[in-house]
Design a protein around this ligand. Structure first.
Ligand SMILES: [Zn+2]
Length: 262
């Protein structure tokens, strides 16, 4: 199967190839991820996701196309919904900053595939600039500087750690390296252009180059992929997390819970 932008998100592609989001899905809840792969569970995109896609469409030079394909951007009265007004502010913020625009120069939405950790993987990078050996990820985020609670880390962490962006950087650099047949550790530079949803949007170019961290992230993926591949192949029973939307929707009560256990 040849992976292109057109079939990148197809269910058949998901079944054959791992991706960063599928890996995170298995980490969060195996049962939900398996239900997504079987087609039993479909997650409608949230407005936050659509707003991210709108900003990406601008980056790709496809803003008008996105608007014509998304009439839900407008109210019945024909005015732009507030989330998208905000997105326009975010786009204007990026467009006005020379460093952001410099970092966003390159090929847009480029797909790479590679064999890694005993599975086939795919990655679609927002901006690929082979001349400058650079991958750039464009991210819309609620805030760039606000720390939020993370159960996994047992403390407050930046949005970078909250959403596992070092893992994404490591994985995308490794898939790009393997796809281009370069020697081990010969990774491209990886940056993020982040723009916030503050009423006056903030922006930063974030340097995510950290080879030592990449090794740790890639090792942890290698360590987890044995089980994930076995679950995905139907050889192991997926574990339910009992707290995601899928687990709540499919929960069957078998008795009362004692009040002190709530
Ligand atoms: Zn779950």
């Amino acid at each position: 199967m040849q992976i292109t932008k057109a079939n990148y998100y197809d269910l058949d592609t998901e079944r054959e190839y791992m991706s960063r989001s599928q890996y995170r899905g298995f980490q969060r809840c195996e049962a939900q991820q398996m239900a997504i792969l079987s087609g039993e569970w479909v997650e409608a995109p949230s407005e936050a996701m659509l707003i991210g896609q709108y900003v990406h469409a601008w980056c790709e030079g496809k803003r008008d196309e996105f608007i014509s394909e998304h009439p839900e951007m407008f109210t019945k009265a024909g005015t732009l919904r507030s989330g998208y007004q905000q997105a326009n502010e975010m786009i204007a913020t990026l467009a006005a900053d020379p460093l952001c625009m410099y970092m966003l120069e390159g090929q847009k939405e480029v797909v790479f595939t590679a064999d890694f950790a005993g599975a086939k993987w795919r990655a679609m990078v927002d901006v690929y600039n082979p001349q400058r050996r650079r991958i750039v990820d464009l991210k819309t985020t609620r805030s760039i500087w606000e720390a939020t609670w993370s159960e996994r880390h047992g403390g407050r962490v930046s949005f970078i750690e909250q959403y596992d962006y070092p893992l994404q950087a490591a994985l995308y650099c490794e898939i790009e390296r393997l796809a281009n047949g370069r020697p081990e550790g010969d990774w491209p530079d990886y940056y993020m252009v982040a723009v916030s949803k503050d009423s006056v949007p903030d922006k930063e170019v974030i340097d995510l180059r950290d080879p030592e961290r990449y090794q740790k992230e890639l090792d942890s993926i290698r360590g987890n992929m044995g089980r994930i591949s076995a679950v995905k192949a139907g050889e192991l029973e997926p574990i339910r997390c009992e707290s995601c939307d899928y687990c709540r929707a499919t929960k069957v009560l078998r008795g009362a819970v004692y009040y002190a256990d709530i």
